[in-house]
Design a protein around this ligand. Structure first.
Ligand SMILES: [Fe+2]
Length: 213
């Protein structure tokens, strides 16, 4: 089955004033759609046409060499954006605030506190040269939370050799200019500061539970 563009779980203007409706429209309906279309073009008629997007990006090494680049970029873009929409929510649907319960405790253990975590995460996003993503991941071996960033549409699920970091992503923030330029222009740090107002910690907690299995 071809990969499909998911519906946003809220209206295009639901994340305003932090993320404007026009950015959400172009980002979800044009940029994300292009990743889906191009990923489908790359896998159409191949033996891996039925793989899920997650399977495609975790098993890049099993693909023919000429398919690896297009799948890395486009299935990667699809996986990354599909998560991005779900880890955000308007205030009346759980966006913003602070993580509680086990997730809150693990953040305290790994980073010293929520404020320290936000500082380190924003530094990963601001420090990513060019386009890419900042991530909060679950390290299964060390059984702890970690922050990292990847270039372009790489995802920690691709593994350290490809993405530069590994782990199960629980929260991802898109730091491509297309994610913020209309509203924030070159001010990536301002976008990252505002982004905390829409983070859906309930979903991140669910992602943690799934990652821990
Ligand atoms: Fe994006």
């Amino acid at each position: 089955m071809p990969l499909t563009l998911p519906n946003l779980p809220y209206a295009l203007n639901a994340l305003e004033p932090h993320i404007d409706a026009k950015t959400m429209e172009i980002h979800s309906q044009k940029h994300h759609k292009a990743y889906v279309d191009n990923a489908n073009k790359a896998i159409d008629g191949t033996p891996f046409a039925n793989w899920t997007a997650e399977e495609l990006i975790t098993k890049l090494a099993e693909l023919p060499e000429d398919k690896r680049g297009p799948v890395r970029n486009n299935a990667g873009g699809h996986v990354n954006h599909s998560m991005f929409w779900t880890v955000m929510a308007p205030h009346n649907a759980g966006g913003g605030g602070e993580p509680t319960g086990e997730l809150g405790d693990l953040i305290k253990t790994a980073f010293g506190g929520f404020v320290e975590f936000k500082t380190a995460f924003a530094a990963a996003g601001v420090g990513r040269f060019g386009s890419g993503w900042a991530w909060l991941c679950w390290n299964k071996d060390a059984k702890k939370l970690e922050i990292c960033s990847t270039a372009n549409q790489d995802n920690p699920l691709m593994g350290k050799a490809i993405a530069g970091c590994a782990g199960v992503p629980l929260l991802g923030c898109d730091v491509w200019e297309h994610a913020y330029y209309l509203n924030y222009q070159n001010r990536r740090a301002d976008y990252l500061a505002a982004w905390w107002n829409v983070v859906n910690w309930g979903q991140v907690a669910k992602n943690l539970a799934a990652a821990k299995g």
